[in-house]
Design a protein around this ligand. Structure first.
Ligand SMILES: [Zn+2]
Length: 129
């Protein structure tokens, strides 16, 4: 008996559904139930007591790990969101800096033009005066 596609025919002739038990007494032991007559029986041999002792602990550890992973994933998503917000902020401040530099440059050019204009005015004033 192996694989997920195992098909079991009940004594009544209908195909039985195979499920896996996760009780502490039969962790991981497969059983079948007939949807027609409701017959239930084990497909796997009885659990050895070592498996019964070990598997629930393993399951519990797995579940704890899964929860831990889920929590870490949640934290990572939170950090990712924060990072995205931060990136947006940096992008904005970077754009602002660019604009400020551009503005500064234009102001410098305007002052230069202003100086040239003043020199020109002085020249005209001198030549007309
Ligand atoms: Zn049946």
């Amino acid at each position: 008996m192996s694989g997920k596609n195992m098909v079991l025919i009940c004594d009544c002739g209908k195909q039985a559904t195979i499920k896996t038990s996760w009780t502490n007494r039969n962790p991981g032991r497969r059983f079948y139930c007939c949807p027609s007559c409701g017959f239930i029986g084990w497909t796997d041999p009885p659990m050895c007591c070592r498996a019964v002792a070990v598997i629930p602990g393993l399951l519990k550890a797995r579940n704890e790990l899964e929860e831990e992973l889920e929590e870490q994933l949640r934290l990572m998503r939170e950090k990712d969101q924060q990072l995205k917000k931060l990136n947006k902020f940096f992008l904005l401040s970077w754009a602002r800096n660019e604009l400020e530099e551009e503005l500064e440059e234009q102001l410098r050019l305007m002052r230069e033009k202003d100086q040239q204009l003043k020199k020109l005015n002085k020249f005209f004033l001198l030549s007309w005066g």
